[in-house]
Design a protein around this ligand. Structure first.
Ligand code: ADP
Length: 448
């Protein structure tokens, strides 16, 4: 006689004797699979949780001879339930188009999200009060199903469903216990993934905030910086206008005013150009970059300048320096800025030791460092604490933007930059970048 279900949590039917041995074997096998699942979920990095879960839905269905499975997630109690992972045996019916469980299965979803497990061994077992589940099964056809709430951190964050379409099937309590454990393991992996995603969002928000702060600082100093040459241009042109109205008896003076105005205009245009460069989108052309080769290229680029200034440039690249993920043009700009500053510092020192050494070497685990060490005049105490602020310069023709641009690029690549005085003479500027993803690295190495 068939037992009619009376509550939402349906007790599986007691088995007939011949099934018992088979069920036990199935449960045993499944128990060891859940052990493997537990190890896999502990190992999997947050970014790979989703693909790993999908592959495990497949393994579970294969092991239990099921046909279709899905995971549903809800970000918060007031948020909708989404279908996030699915697996189905080839030739088995797909999930309904645009499947939103709350629309098709409102009452059932509510019950499951309140922590109730729903199982039926054949459609006749679905309780009468779950009319939406009955309609769903009638229309979409699973013959047996287990829907298990997904717990994590003491709350239900979603659910998992396992269905069989080809035939009815029993759900022995022990099997359901193990299935429940598997779903719990999925839950904690998903929770870990969600917290990593949330942390990343907070970090991105913080980065944005600090960028906004930097921008408002920059805009304040920028208007000051641009107003100066604009004022000078205005006064030169005013003088010129007066000279012209007087019939221009002093052409040399007029020429000087025009030349001054041209110089100031160029300077203003250069400030604008650099600022535009700094706020151009920085993350457009990222690729695996070998910093040793990149530094060598920059050194080649400025070999002429080094020769004119009689500066010896030395490169030391550690073989164990890994590649980074970045925009090569922007990173070249960083090295170039630091090199030009080193050259200026040496020129200013007028000493006979005229050397710049650039080192590329691994920093602490997962990081690569580039340091530019010069034998120059050293960092002027007046600017030592403000090196990376806009328009801070000790040079007559300096802009005070080079280090700011360099820092902005380094930070947009997830790195850091700092300066230290050398024990004997000169200064060393170092920036560090996180090494690129391993997968990308080995791939690009193969392509070399
Ligand atoms: P700029 O080169 O236009 O002055 P930067 O932002 O590149 O702008 O540099 C700001 C200031 O930092 C320089 O004017 C200089 O005083 C100091 N500085 C930068 N690099 C060095 C260096 N290698 N040695 C000593 N001082 C440096």
């Amino acid at each position: 006689m068939q037992r009619r279900a009376t509550s939402a949590t349906i007790e599986p039917k007691r088995d007939r004797a011949p099934r018992v041995g088979r069920d036990r074997r199935e449960v045993k096998r499944f128990e060891s699979l859940v052990g493997e699942l537990s190890a896999a979920m502990a190992r999997v990095p947050a970014d790979a949780v989703d693909t790993e879960i999908e592959s495990w839905l497949g393994k579970i269905c294969q092991a239990l001879d099921l046909d279709r499975s899905a995971i549903y997630e809800r970000d918060a109690p007031d948020k909708p339930v989404r279908t996030t992972h699915t697996w189905r045996r080839p030739n088995m019916p797909p999930f309904p188009r645009n499947y939103v469980p709350e629309k098709l299965l409102r009452a059932t979803t509510k019950l499951v999200m309140a922590g109730k497990q729903i199982t039926f061994s054949h459609p006749g077992e679905i309780p009468v009060e779950l009319a939406d589940a009955r309609r769903f099964v009638e229309r979409w056809g699973p013959k047996a199903s287990a829907v298990i709430p997904m717990w994590a951190g003491g709350r239900v964050i979603g659910a998992a469903s396992f269905g069989k379409f080809r035939a009815a099937r029993q759900w022995p309590p022990e099997l359901l216990d193990h299935l429940g454990l598997a779903v719990r393991l999925f839950g904690s992996a998903i929770e870990r993934k969600q917290s990593v995603t949330a942390m990343r969002a907070v970090r991105a928000e913080l980065r944005l905030a600090s960028r906004r702060n930097m921008m408002s600082e920059l805009v304040a100093s920028l208007s000051h910086e641009i107003n100066q040459p604009l004022g000078a241009i205005l006064s030169n042109l005013g003088g010129l206008a007066r000279l012209l109205t007087q019939g221009n008896p002093q052409p040399a003076m007029a020429l000087e005013a025009v030349n001054s105005a041209i110089e100031d205009t160029k300077r203003t245009a250069e400030i604008v150009r650099r600022i535009r460069f700094m706020f151009k989108r920085h993350d457009e052309h990222k690729t695996a970059v070998g910093l040793g080769a990149l530094v060598a290229e920059v050194v080649k680029l400025i070999a002429g300048e080094a020769a004119v200034r009689r500066i010896a440039v030395q490169i030391e690249v550690s073989r164990s320096a890994q590649r980074v993920n970045g925009d090569p043009v922007q990173l070249q700009q960083c090295v170039l800025n630091l090199m030009m500053n080193a050259f200026d510092a040496i020129t200013e020192a007028t000493s006979d030791r005229r050397e710049v050494t650039i080192k590329v070497a691994p920093e602490k685990t997962g990081w690569v460092g580039v340091s530019v060490c010069d034998s120059g005049a050293g960092i002027a105490p007046a600017v030592a604490n403000r090196l990376f602020e806009p328009f801070v310069t000790t040079k007559n023709d300096g802009m005070g933007l080079g280090l700011l641009v360099t820092r902005s690029i380094v930070e947009s690549h997830g790195g850091r930059i700092w300066a230290t005085p050398n024990p004997d003479r000169g200064a060393t500027f170092t920036f560090t970048l996180p090494v690129g993803e391993r997968k990308r690295q080995s791939k690009s190495r193969r392509n070399e």
